[in-house]
Design a protein around this ligand. Structure first.
Ligand SMILES: Nc1ncnc2c1ncn2[C@@H]1O[C@H](COP(=O)(O)OP(=O)(O)OP(=O)(O)O)[C@@H](O)[C@H]1O
Ligand SMILES: [Mg+2]
Length: 424
């Protein structure tokens, strides 16, 4: 990407209506723009990050054998009446009529639609277990949309649903999904915690949330300093517990932290399959209702959560997995020095050829502006090319996080970058 032709929509001023640092930085770095309350456009830079999250989630879903589908955003009211949620869901469900006066809603989640699909398409126990997932836009008319894409009205979610004949089978898939979630959040370089959750309006019995730890988080978590014990404070079973007490499992002391919910998995059981009468034939020729699980990840919220966790006064600090570009080349004197221009262009072409994602900041701006932009947008690996560095057959390398500049010989650069990417 050449910065001169890229929609680098960064802002000098911090937008006054953005409270949260991630919201400020996502606007300032030009990742998103607000259209209306809770509705955001993803700009080219932001979309690249969003796609990186998607790709990681997709890979890990496919790895555990989940199959990708894509369901409509618009859902018929009949299905929601069948499940009983048309009346229960409240004003978060955006309802409307088509020209024939048929009622519809914008999907805030897809249990009804997927259960309808399952009752039509699944015939025999031999097809089970099966996991279907999608990465798709959800709409929830949130009472308080805020913090940018963190709590939007329209947002991108990965939602997966599994179907089983027995609780044991559901439990196995649930474990696999838990593992996949742990892999995803680890790969994305997030500090997170899995906690026991209240199943709330989704119904069902067992559920866990995944939280990115951040002081600005809207949820409160209580966890043991020594064991795996961790729960959302909303859970009825833990409401009486206090910070500093002994953990209920006897190991360690209870501590409290704030978290941003980025994932939520549920053992639904038969809640939706019973109301929608989704059955399959078992070995005995009987037709029991399906047992279900559902598993969500807030794809767009993850981008905000990652910024919330990784930034400094100069801007965003992307890890390699999320970065919109892995490497940025910042030439000092691109439009003045043929040598700087020539080497920068060659480096740009070579690095792309080797498979890196690379930005070349070829704008006619002052060195100060170029360096500030690269810090603000948070590209992890920065190469400064100037007459001074070239006099030593080198470029100056700096990692966005460690901030220690070092001169690297041009002849060593490929090997050096390879090693950086392997270790960072
Ligand atoms: N308004 C929203 N904006 C962005 N992401 C959201 C929003 N609501 C939910 N998500 C994401 O979708 C995931 C799955 O949805 P789920 O139904 O569990 O959300 P939720 O529990 O209602 O979220 P919250 O408690 O934050 O309102 C959540 O873990 C979260 O990461
Ligand atoms: Mg939730």
């Amino acid at each position: 990407m050449r910065c001169s032709h890229f929609l680098l929509a960064h802002l000098k001023e911090t937008p006054s209506d953005a409270e949260l640092i991630s919201h400020q930085l996502m606007l300032r770095a030009g990742l998103v723009r607000k259209l209306a309350s809770g509705l955001y456009t993803w700009l080219p830079l932001g979309l690249r990050v969003l796609r990186n999250v998607e790709a990681c989630v997709r890979e890990e879903m496919n790895r555990i054998g989940a199959q990708e589908i894509l369901m409509p955003t618009v859902q018929p009211a009949e299905l929601w009446k069948e499940s009983g949620r048309w009346d229960k869901f409240g004003p978060e469900l955006l309802r409307f009529q088509d020209r024939n006066k048929h009622e519809f809603c914008l999907g805030p989640t897809h249990e009804e639609v997927i259960t309808d699909l399952a009752r039509r398409e699944l015939r025999s126990h031999k097809q089970l277990p099966i996991i279907l997932y999608q990465i798709q836009t959800k709409f929830r008319d949130e009472i308080r949309p805020r913090f940018g894409v963190m709590r939007a009205r329209e947002f991108l979610m990965k939602d997966a649903y599994s179907f089983h004949l027995t609780k044991e089978c559901l439990s196995n898939t649930y474990q696999a999904m838990r593992g996949a979630y742990q892999t995803i959040f680890t790969r994305l370089g997030l500090q997170f915690r899995m906690v026991k959750a209240d199943s709330g309006t989704m119904g069902g019995n067992l559920s866990h949330e995944f939280h990115v730890l951040a002081n600005s988080g809207e949820d409160t978590l209580i966890y043991s300093t020594e064991s795996d014990f961790a729960s959302n404070i909303n859970c009825p079973e833990v409401r009486h517990l206090k910070e500093g007490e002994r953990s209920p499992d006897g190991e360690g002391i209870l501590s409290i932290a704030k978290g941003i919910e980025v994932g939520h998995i549920f053992q639904l059981g038969t809640k939706y399959s019973e109301s929608l009468k989704a059955t399959v034939l078992n070995e005995k020729g009987e037709a029991p209702v399906l047992t279900m699980g559902c598993y969500g990840i807030g794809i767009s919220r993850i981008v905000a959560a990652a910024v919330e966790q990784n930034h400094d006064p100069a801007g965003i600090i992307w890890g390699d997995a999320l970065a919109p570009f892995q490497v940025i080349i910042v030439p000092i004197g691109f439009h003045r020095s043929r040598e700087v221009q020539g080497i920068s262009e060659k480096l740009y072409a070579d690095l792309i050829q080797s498979g890196w994602t690379v930005a070349l900041d070829d704008r006619a701006e002052s060195p100060g502006v170029l360096l500030a932009t690269s810090d603000l947008i948070g590209i992890p690996h920065r190469l400064v090319v100037s007459e001074k560095t070239l006099a030593q057959n080198s470029v100056e390398y700096r990692h966005r996080k460690t901030k220690q500049p070092q001169l690297i010989l041009l002849s060593d650069l490929h090997r050096f970058l390879q090693a950086q990417l392997a270790t960072s």
